[in-house]
Design a protein around this ligand. Structure first.
Ligand SMILES: Cc1ncc(COP(=O)(O)O)c(C=O)c1O
Length: 376
């Protein structure tokens, strides 16, 4: 390896997450291979129990990915054609795609500045002015590892008789007032995409819920709507979780609290070192435990800064370069609850710095030094 290659700092590094636990993961995979049961077997069942226990939820149901988790959670909650569902436009396109997969219409709302999540005050005002007919649910997205203001979301939902389905794809372990994201709503959807805080080595996801009937419906929906094998009670799909991914997730779940603590330590180091750099830095709201899926800074000089870091071997990402409502698949189609001024501004200002548990203190210092140089 050339010296310059050694010096690259990736923005995320799922391979490092494998190597950190390679012996345990290899042993778990060898067990699956030998057993000969490759989908929805004992590893999936054990992972569901362990993940639900870790989260403090009554039920977890493993599925193929986070998009299917959200899609099936919505359907299991009774959301379907003709229904409207409020969510944000500053999110992964998957959030909006999943609502459409369920047959519902996504209605997009504004975020607030410090948290990058649903602005509940604005939502309340906008709904008071003109609530969409057939509004059935809210999908709050706990973006970047920070919980949405769930007491406010639940209060709006309670007053209007709406369901709440949390998008927890980026918030494994994030909590608010000591209560985990994924345990506030009627149901919640998790992604275990490789770069997530709890990441598989391929695609995987889960639905969590406190409601046994919703869990049972997701279990049926993930396999063709079967109640009894080969008899579909209703129209489902194939969104099974495979045994290899479940075995890997069981290993990684044992290390998740340590990994999240390391992400918090890295975030603390960034925040200390970057204080003089003139960037808007992320922070947790009072009572929120942030798990820093991403450490996202804001600056109007974002693109120049990104190039500057890139030239020094430091990779960054933009989550997200274009709000969903401006993307060609959704433009002029996904209705907006109001003008999304802040959402649109974010797209040109946010920058995700390198963030993964195996990042060393020295690498964090190198990123901070480069940002300090750029600020001079
Ligand atoms: C906020 C959010 N929602 C949903 C998803 C969808 O998850 P997946 O990629 O596992 O389908 C992701 C992941 O990309 C995400 O970040």
């Amino acid at each position: 390896m050339r010296a310059t290659e050694r010096q690259q700092i990736p923005q995320a590094d799922p391979r490092a997450g494998y190597l950190a636990h390679a012996a345990e993961i290899d042993a778990a995979l060898a067990g699956v291979l030998q057993r000969g049961r490759y989908t929805l077997g004992p590893e999936v069942a054990a992972f569901e129990v362990e993940f639900a226990r870790w989260l403090g939820a009554a039920h977890a149901v493993g599925v193929a990915n986070g998009t299917e988790a959200l899609h099936l959670a919505l359907r299991a909650c009774g959301i379907g054609p003709g229904d409207a569902v409020v969510t944000v436009s500053h999110t992964a396109v998957a959030t909006v795609a999943a609502i459409e997969l369920a047959g519902a219409v996504p209605v997009l709302a504004e975020i607030d500045a410090p948290s990058f999540t649903l602005d509940c005050n604005r939502l309340e005002d906008a709904l008071r002015r003109a609530a969409p007919r057939n509004l059935k649910a809210i999908v709050p997205v706990h973006l970047y590892g920070h919980a949405c203001d769930m007491p406010a979301v639940l209060e709006i939902a309670r007053r209007r008789g709406l369901l709440v389905i949390e998008d927890c794809a980026q918030s494994h372990g994030a909590s608010l007032a000591g209560r985990m994201t994924g345990t506030w709503g009627d149901a919640a959807a998790f992604s275990f995409y490789p770069t997530k805080n709890l990441g598989a080595i391929g695609d995987a996801g889960a639905v969590t819920t406190g409601d046994a009937a919703i869990a049972a419906r997701v279990r049926a929906l993930r396999e063709y709507g079967w109640r009894e094998r080969r008899e579909s009670e209703f129209a489902g799909t194939n969104a099974r979780l495979d045994e290899m991914q479940a075995a890997i997730l069981r290993v990684k779940l044992r290390h998740l609290d340590t990994a999240n603590a390391r992400r918090r330590a890295i975030a603390g180091q960034y925040t200390r070192l970057l204080a003089p750099c003139g960037l808007a830095l992320p922070a947790a709201a009072p009572g929120a435990a942030h798990v820093y899926h991403q450490y996202v800074v804001r600056t109007p000089r974002r693109d120049a800064l990104r190039d500057f870091l890139d030239a020094r071997g430091i990779a960054t990402m933009i989550h997200y370069p274009m709000p969903v409502h401006l993307q060609s698949a959704y433009r002029a189609r996904a209705p907006l609850l109001e003008e999304l001024v802040l959402t649109e501004a974010m797209a040109s200002e946010v920058l995700s710095l390198p963030m993964y548990p195996e990042l060393t203190d020295g690498q964090v210092e190198r990123v901070a030094e480069a940002l300090a140089t750029a600020a001079r």
